[in-house]
Design a protein around this ligand. Structure first.
Ligand SMILES: [Ca+2]
Ligand SMILES: [Ca+2]
Length: 552
């Protein structure tokens, strides 16, 4: 989540008008001491019933594709992507080599767009289809060896979530303590530049990100039990795990202690234990301010490698400091003991996560060499690399858009300037600015395209267990050169990058003395060798990389 300041609503009422489409629902204006009790809500307990999984254990080592369902593929011509459209796209994803999908929220939402304001934790977004469609998606994905994780928004619900309607209805109702309340708006708070407390007639509620997304009270064991049951609801259907939203913002301890509080790890450890009770599942957390901490096995057990996206892309410009940061990010050490469970990405659906809110294509100005270096770095370094939909074809941001919507445009399936092959109707949002040139249809037909490059690097990754799930060893930089090894049991793979603009020779130390280095990438160039002192010298073209097996 972590909405940047610019995308927070200027006021509760304006936000309500934008999101609810009804000023009557505005917290500041209409809450009052509501006269009637809202309808009953289903917060029933769900017991674990693991349907099992036929996926190989390596599915969770990716590559994953992050997908905004609303923007991916429309099956019925209403201009909005849906689950049946995604099902129709699974052959494409399988052909690309994807082994996991991260779906941005598919639960019914108030925002009717990104989905991070959840109206019903056990129902499918009405624009996306039905639970039956979702079950079909799981079956079809699993049949292709692809696991599916879904976004789980644990910190806050939608303002229009019926549970919050109860909570704000009176100070005495059974759900009052499910959210965070004070009698009046307290002074002294500022989160992302705004006071996160909002008056609602019966008191003031806390909403860290946005007035229309009130925070749950995660000190309340009933709320934790509810979230646990929601997780089981989806796991029991065959969901393969979760991406947890905004875990740095779970529990607040005061106006100077609202981020990354110790209780957050306890909450996530409790959720992790639910997921760990099911076979072969995976979870990953969003914690931009402290990724290493939440990667720990006593917390989330998996966390996005925030910071590394900037390192990687900046390294491709030959920035020596960025090359060094890129090479060493995944080295395990005292300050990074859980490096192996950090999940890499170049960009995602949030504008704060990418340079100037851009997709990678715009970030590097369409520079193909830089783009490929960044992609290869991500795909070869991490035990679980993520790709943001359209990244594999170099989709640019949306034409005429800014902020988060610029990143969330319809997938460019073909060069149709009206619908991009995304819908037979009118797309819900402007298309990517480079749809004419950068689209799936054009690139599938071109062996030298970016899409073909992604397929080849993912295939290389999947051909080597050490590149999939091996540990990251000896990440080292020297100027614009960087190298690392991936190690799994007896299998070692050596990866060497030249981020510089001129050919160079990399010197690698600490290798097994006297072994050969069969070349895996690129195809030409021949094998390398290691001398009696354990040193190899690798010649690299400008802006290129090479991959070797560390042979017997
Ligand atoms: Ca649709
Ligand atoms: Ca919170």
């Amino acid at each position: 989540m972590a909405l940047p300041r610019a995308f927070r609503a200027p006021s509760a009422c304006l936000a309500s008008a934008l999101l609810c489409g009804a000023l009557a629902a505005c917290g500041g204006g209409g809450g009052g001491g509501a006269a009637t009790e809202p309808p009953p809500v289903d917060v029933s307990a769900v017991a674990a019933a693991d349907p099992g999984t036929a996926l190989p254990a390596s599915w969770k080592n990716g590559a994953f594709m992050e997908i905004h369902v609303r923007a991916y593929k429309d099956s019925d011509g209403d201009g909005k992507g849906d689950l049946r459209g995604l099902i129709q796209s699974l052959d494409y994803l399988q052909g690309l080599g994807i082994t996991g999908l991260w779906l941005m929220p598919v639960t019914d939402s108030q925002d009717r767009d990104h989905g991070y304001s959840v109206s019903n934790y056990r129902g499918i977004e009405r624009d996306y289809g039905s639970l039956a469609d979702f079950d079909e998606l799981l079956a079809q994905a699993h049949a292709r060896g692809i696991g599916v994780i879904i976004d789980y928004v644990i910190n806050h619900s939608a303002f229009d979530n019926p549970i919050f309607a109860h909570s704000r209805n009176s100070t005495a109702n059974a759900y009052r303590d499910w959210y965070v309340w004070q009698a009046v708006v307290p002074a002294g708070w500022s989160i992302f530049g705004s006071n996160p407390w909002y008056g609602a007639g019966t008191g003031a509620y806390f909403a860290a990100f946005f007035s229309q997304m009130p925070d749950f009270n995660l000190r309340n064991t009933q709320v934790l039990d509810y979230h646990r049951s929601n997780l089981r609801f989806w796991l029991n259907r065959g969901v393969d795990g979760f991406r947890f939203d905004a875990v740095g913002n779970l529990v607040e301890n005061g106006p100077a202690a609202w981020e990354n509080q110790p209780e957050n790890d306890e909450v996530m450890n409790a959720m992790r234990q639910v997921v760990a009770g099911y076979a072969n599942r995976y979870m990953v957390c969003e914690a931009p301010g402290a990724p290493q901490r939440y990667a720990a096995p006593t917390s989330c057990g998996g966390s996005f490698a925030f910071g590394q996206q900037f390192n990687m892309v900046n390294a491709t410009s030959g920035d020596v400091a960025a090359v060094a940061a890129t090479a060493t990010y995944y080295n395990t050490g005292p300050t990074n003991p859980s490096a192996a469970t950090l999940a890499g990405f170049l960009s995602n659906h949030d504008s704060f996560a990418s340079f100037n809110g851009n997709r990678v294509w715009d970030w590097v100005g369409g520079n193909a060499a830089r783009y490929r270096l960044a992609a290869a770095t991500n795909l070869l370094q991490s035990t679980t690399p993520f790709i943001y939909y359209g990244e594999e074809i170099g989709m640019a941001g949306g034409a005429g858009l800014s902020g988060d919507p610029k990143l969330r445009t319809p997938m460019s399936w073909n060069g149709n300037a009206v619908n991009a092959g995304f819908t037979t109707g009118r797309p819900f949002r402007a298309l990517s600015a480079n749809v004419a040139a950068n689209n799936v249809a054009a690139q599938e037909a071109d062996a030298n395209s970016l899409l073909s490059f992604y397929k080849a690097v993912i295939s290389l990754r999947k051909s080597r267990p050490s590149l999939m799930s091996g540990s990251y060893v000896a990440g080292t930089a020297n100027g614009t050169l960087a190298s690392f090894r991936r190690v799994l049991g007896a299998e070692q793979t050596l990866v060497v990058f030249n981020y510089g603009s001129t050919p160079a020779t990399a010197t690698i130390d600490g290798l097994p003395a006297g072994v050969t280095l069969p070349r895996l990438w690129p195809a030409s160039g021949g094998a390398g060798s290691v001398d009696v002192a354990g040193q190899a010298r690798i010649d690299l073209q400008a802006q290129s990389f090479a991959v070797f097996a560390v042979g017997p």
